[in-house]
Design a protein around this ligand. Structure first.
Ligand code: PAF
Length: 286
């Protein structure tokens, strides 16, 4: 049965819907997104529907998390298509605030999570995670969900948001959900639409190299060797330009010198193909 999707764009409307749901004792979940939905987002909705009576999806391309030379203006947007997919996926409420609704005046208060925000994308995209933590905190304040669902493709984002809600005693449970991949292994991302056919073909090296890294981790190879091996595989692709390849403890995101049984580590990478920057990772318990 396809249920009707309610779309609201103001904070007041969103709060009123949640207040009524809570009055009825309903569990509320949020799936925060920037839209241009794909199966990765819909897998978060499916997970939310297992536990929550009211599933809210936010679609908001958050200017705070884009650097001055990044793709905020050209980030893909298609609200009509998103609305259709959200409805088919079983979202109850689509929250689509404008930039002026979220930031009616220049923002003076931001949330900054130390340490976990620093390496990986935090290093290559200064300020990015302050923008993410601030908008996620705002969404949590507006929707006041019991559960919030995030994809592990953005594993550092999951670590940052989890740390933030712990540190600030936000009464929400963060639920990390597995990466969803295309049949050929490419991790689903709204930015995949930017790739030319040739770039997309070469980008398959990312999941291939991470799979190989997983094997090396199981063999307890030296982290530095694993990193070099992944870099060597990616460097064979002429269109690839590596931003970073790192092996770190997860979720602490601190350096790993040697692999020890029982440790959980992440192999995380960011690689550009033309103008498109893709990220991917594997998280392995040794
Ligand atoms: O992962 C995303 O799409 C964004 O970073 C998020 C969590 C919606 C915050 O803008």
């Amino acid at each position: 049965m396809i249920q009707t999707l309610q779309q609201v764009s103001t904070i007041a409307e969103m709060r009123a819907i949640v207040a009524e749901a809570k009055r009825q004792g309903k569990k509320v979940g949020i799936v925060p997104t920037m839209g241009y939905l794909h199966q990765g987002h819909l897998s978060l909705v499916a997970e939310a529907k297992k536990t929550c009576d009211l599933v809210v999806m936010s679609i908001f391309v958050n200017p705070l998390q884009f650097g001055p030379n990044e793709d905020f203006e050209r980030y893909p947007r298609d609200l009509e298509r998103d609305r259709q997919l959200a409805q088919e996926g079983g979202v109850d409420v689509l929250f689509t605030p404008s930039v002026s609704e979220m930031y009616p005046q220049p923002i003076m208060t931001t949330v900054s999570v130390a340490n976990v925000s620093a390496p990986l994308c935090g290093k290559s995209r200064p300020g990015h995670f302050d923008g993410v933590s601030t908008v996620v905190m705002k969404l949590l304040q507006i929707v006041q969900p019991d559960f919030a669902y995030f994809g592990q493709k953005d594993a550092q984002q999951v670590a940052v948001v989890t740390q933030m809600v712990q540190d600030l005693s936000v009464p929400v449970e963060i639920i990390p959900c597995p990466i969803v991949r295309e049949a050929d292994g490419l991790a689903m991302s709204s930015r995949n639409v930017y790739l030319s056919a040739e770039e997309r073909e070469q980008a398959l090296v990312l999941s291939r190299s991470l799979q190989q890294a997983q094997t090396w981790i199981r063999e307890k190879a030296l982290p530095a060797r694993i990193r070099d091996g992944v870099i060597a595989m990616i460097s064979e692709m002429p269109l690839a330009s590596i931003d970073y390849v790192e092996i770190l403890h997860y979720p602490q995101l601190t350096p790993v010198d040697e692999l020890e049984s029982g440790q959980t580590v992440i192999v995380a990478l960011a690689v550009r193909f033309g103008h498109t920057r893709l990220i991917d990772n594997v998280i392995v318990t040794v």
